[in-house]
Ligand binder design. Sequence first.
Ligand SMILES: NCc1[nH]cc(CCC(=O)O)c1CC(=O)O
Ligand SMILES: [Mg+2]
Length: 332
Amino acid sequence: MNPLELDMLSRPRRNRKSAGVRALTRETTLSASDLVLPLFFHEDPEDVAIESMPGCTRWSLEGLVKEAGEAHALGVPAVVLFPKIEESLKTGDCEECYNPEGLVPRAIRALKAAHPDLVVMTDVALDPYNADGHDGLVVDGEIINDETVAVLCKQALSQAEAGADIVAPSDMMDGRVAAIRDALDANGFQKVSICSYTAKYASAFYGPFRGALDSAPKAGDKKTYQMDPANAREALRELELDELEGADMVMVKPGGPYLDIVKSVRENTRLPVAVYQVSGEYLMIQAASAGGWLDREKVIFESLLGIKRAGADIILTYFAKEVAGKLKGLGQ
Ligand SMILES: NCc1[nH]cc(CCC(=O)O)c1CC(=O)O
Ligand SMILES: [Mg+2]
């Protein structure tokens, strides 16, 4: 007998001894059906590489439909739409956000016509339409809540009318989930779901996204409506309100740096939990792997698995199409 052999009943390494045993004992798996692909698009007929987000494209309507179709064919069930609105259409009252012939309603109709089973999720917030760049109406430097909610209701309705399956308010105004639910129901859209950005933090990780849409606030920051990154209990307060207001799904955003929030939201709701791996998280991986410092594919999977393990049912990620393609290649 080996004199150094330890007398141990439990050896956790036995469950890691081979790929087969590891597969049997794995607690979390990532699948294409967990993923939502965020897509940027514009009015121009050209597909353009986004300078602030290397690896992402701002699609023409035609390109958008093609890209969404490819992702869907790889098993990604849903896309979420982010329009870049022409500067000349941005105003203080954001009327363009509920124009039935606007860019977003046309995109929804084109997507649903080409891919009826693709779930189309839309962003409800004023920033792409706002001359001030804020998610809400600005009066004397203040982002006003209740008047903004009235406009968000019109925006959500125009998206529902065009065929959106899920509307996702990302604006963080108080009371908007209940108001949007009322507006949808009053107009016969009982079946349109609401995925609320419940705990959306005022994060510097959104910087590249604002570059992609030219939607950064012209003055001030978003701290009077998005949450303070220092706060965790407050996320549960927002969760309670969104549940009472009738949200169908709740979201935490950003993802990776906020896994404690994901876990506590998961433990405190029976609703599906969505998590957004945002533009800055995407770019940290893109940049570090472009420099040759990280193994890109491995860290993409690990970053998403971490979000899933923390409690996400749904993950919004710029890697969705690529990951779905890789999973398909692996026979999963
Ligand atoms: N309503 C705006 C919105 N919707 C999604 C994101 C960020 C997504 C990302 O960074 O990938 C933002 C930016 C912001 O709040 O300033
Ligand atoms: Mg809220």
